[in-house]
Design a protein around this ligand. Structure first.
Ligand code: ACO
Length: 325
């Protein structure tokens, strides 16, 4: 009998502080930086984002999202035997945010580690968890994406600071006789490190280099639309499925125009695309599980639906996971 993995519960967490585009206009104006609701909506589709309060970390959002996913799966933390957190905004340089989450959930003993693939982090983490479950080295995993990108933003740079938000999403992934995760496809191309990065690093008790997000938006845009189509087609081929089998496309929520372009290329109408970027902005590794949980709780995504999850981001990294939910 083949061993597979299956998502049995989803959860998410957003910090209470919500900033609309009007709030961003005000926040930037105080620094002499000009932006507008029209520009942000037209170029990105974003209308609002959430920012954490001082003293709140990725592990806090991740723990809340995980608790909700555990509750939805009807499982208790004691039965979890693997925790993977995808994040580019860990609480500390080390140890991993996953180890901190494990402790906050009142657990100890099971393996817990972070995956760093920026906005592709969740599809990377899900792929690793699926492989560990299929190989028999885990049976019930918490796979979490959690970010506090507000901490990486330069609020004097209007081309980036209006795009991002904070949040977390989580799934419980369990061993199953039937798939679940149908196919996965991951890639990275380090030639493009410079188009999306936070170049600062810690050295001798100081941060050297620039510890804020830098992005060549147009270069990211061009790369993203090409690789997302390719990854989607690859997982469909691996699973012996076609575009027509996709009930919901749940892409990384970076920019509505990238999402529209991907949907067009896959011949999917926008009403088959889960869109939360308008309300959450780009939450990097958190965006896919956050969107998935919102769609599940809104009654859009239902048991039995086929989902195409797609991530793309800094590295450059990208990937897709095809799921029977
Ligand atoms: N408000 C007002 N004006 C702005 C703002 C702003 N927030 N930001 C930039 N502008 C201005 C620029 O200064 C420029 O003005 P100029 O013509 O006088 O020089 C003008 O708008 C056009 O700027 P561009 O950078 O060329 O704008 P573009 O149409 O490329 O849109 C954007 C920028 C939205 C970042 C776009 O390139 C994009 O969507 N890129 C994809 C990248 C992305 O989504 N990244 C998210 C992270 S990566 C990931 O998650 C995959």
């Amino acid at each position: 009998m083949n061993r597979h993995s299956r998502i049995t519960g989803t959860g998410s967490s957003l910090p209470p502080r919500r900033l609309t585009n009007a709030d961003m206009v005000e926040l930037l104006a105080a620094r002499g930086v000009e932006t507008s609701d029209d520009w942000i909506v037209e170029r990105t589709g974003i209308r609002a984002r959430h920012f954490v309060a001082d003293g709140v970390f990725s592990s806090d959002l991740a723990t809340e999202a995980a608790r909700r996913a555990l509750e939805a799966a009807g499982t208790d933390p004691a039965s979890i035997d693997l925790i993977i957190v995808a994040t580019s905004t860990p609480d500390m340089v080390f140890p991993s945010t996953a180890a901190i989450v494990q402790h906050k959930l009142g657990m100890a003993g099971c393996p817990a580690f972070d995956v760093q693939a920026v906005c592709s982090g969740f599809v990377y983490a899900l792929t690793v968890a699926d492989a560990m479950i299929r190989s028999g080295s885990a049976s019930k995993a918490l796979v979490i994406g959690s970010e506090v990108f507000s901490r990486l933003l330069d609020f004097n740079d209007r081309t980036t600071c209006v795009l991002f938000g904070d949040g977390a999403g989580a799934v419980v992934l369990e061993a199953s006789d039937t798939p679940g995760i149908l196919a996965t496809d991951l890639h990275a191309d380090g030639r493009h490190v410079g188009i999306l990065c936070v170049p600062g690093h810690v050295n001798g008790g100081q941060i050297l280099g620039d510890p804020v997000l830098k992005m060549d938006g147009q270069a990211v845009f061009k790369l993203a639309v090409g690789v997302l189509e390719e990854a989607a087609r690859t997982v469909l081929a691996k699973a012996g499925r076609t575009e027509a089998d996709i009930d919901w496309l749940i892409p990384h929520q970076a920019n509505i125009r990238i999402m529209q372009s991907t949907a067009r290329k896959l011949k999917l109408p926008m009403d088959k695309v889960v869109v939360t970027v308008d309300q959450h902005g780009n939450t990097s590794a958190a965006s896919i599980p956050l969107a998935l949980d919102h769609a599940v709780r809104a009654g859009q995504v239902k048991s039995g639906d086929t989902l195409m999850l797609e991530g793309v981001g800094g590295g450059f990294t990208w990937g897709a996971v095809l799921v029977d939910f």
